[in-house]
Design a protein around this ligand. Structure first.
Ligand code: FPP
Length: 243
């Protein structure tokens, strides 16, 4: 291919990372394995998701020393509506609780919440809660992006439609219209639980990202796992299609 990626588009498929130190700036995680974590312990799936939220909280608390600029988490995909009504309700209720209980801490810890996906079509009380949380954390310097009702193909289609409305459809104009437009380029995409697929997550942004698939089930994922992933990333040689 030999193309050098665009480094000016913040959310594009271009080069990311702090290239001098080799550190990743933007990591995204497909948090998989809550159900299997619960099943292994003969517990209800809802408890697996509850422990999944605790893993999210641990990770957000551990972010500062890792010097990451952005962590993006796949919390609810546009395909997750196919799950039982009870499970969807459980996940939505966990989201409500999480925002209520952790918003103060985000503000105190300089965390800026971002939401990607078609989140405005969620229940009106959740939309209102998220809008409030976005406004209250707008000045935070470390970004936490939560993907809600997110599907990458839909995101790309929406971005292309917006790009076409305003001019030409090009890789840059699509990048600039993605939900991730304000986030740094994606460096590393991690999926937990041993599954090796992208499940319609950040397909555009992952064009030049490194991938890491780990066997750990999401509720067992700790800041140390992310530290290890960041060390692994720093060892990799990224060529972006060049030599
Ligand atoms: C995958 O596990 C996980 C999800 C579908 C949801 C992820 C959600 C959370 C961690 C909690 C909500 C997040 C926030 C930010 C409040 P699975 O149920 O597919 O697990 P399985 O494949 O083992 O069944």
């Amino acid at each position: 291919m030999g193309d050098s990626p665009d480094t000016t588009q913040s959310s594009g498929a271009g080069a990311g990372g702090d290239r001098a130190s080799g550190r990743a700036r933007h990591v995204a995680i497909i948090m998989d394995g809550n159900g299997r974590w619960a099943k292994k312990r003969a517990l209800p799936r809802a408890l697996g998701h509850q422990r999944g939220v605790e893993a999210v909280r641990r990770l957000v608390r551990g972010l500062e020393p890792m010097e990451l600029d952005c962590l993006t988490l796949y919390a609810f995909s546009s395909e997750n509506w196919k799950r039982s009504e009870t499970e969807v309700d459980d996940l939505m209720n966990l989201m409500r609780k999480f925002i209520k209980s952790d918003l103060r801490e985000f503000i105190e810890n300089d965390v800026q919440l971002n939401i990607i996906g078609d989140w405005r079509s969620l229940a009106p009380d959740i939309v209102a809660m998220l809008e409030d949380a976005l406004a209250q954390t707008a000045n935070g310097k470390r970004k936490l992006a939560v993907a809600l009702n997110y599907g990458a193909q839909n995101e790309i289609a929406r971005a292309a439609a917006r790009a076409a409305e305003n001019g030409e459809i090009t890789p840059d104009s699509i990048s600039a219209n993605l939900d991730t437009a304000g986030l740094p380029p994606l460096d590393l995409l991690i999926r937990t639980s041993g599954e090796i697929r992208l499940s319609n997550f950040l397909l555009w942004q992952a064009a030049y990202a490194e991938m890491l698939f780990v066997d750990t089930l999401w509720p067992d994922f700790k800041p140390e796992h992310l530290e290890r992933a960041l060390d692994d990333f720093a060892q990799r040689e990224r060529r972006y299609g060049g030599r």
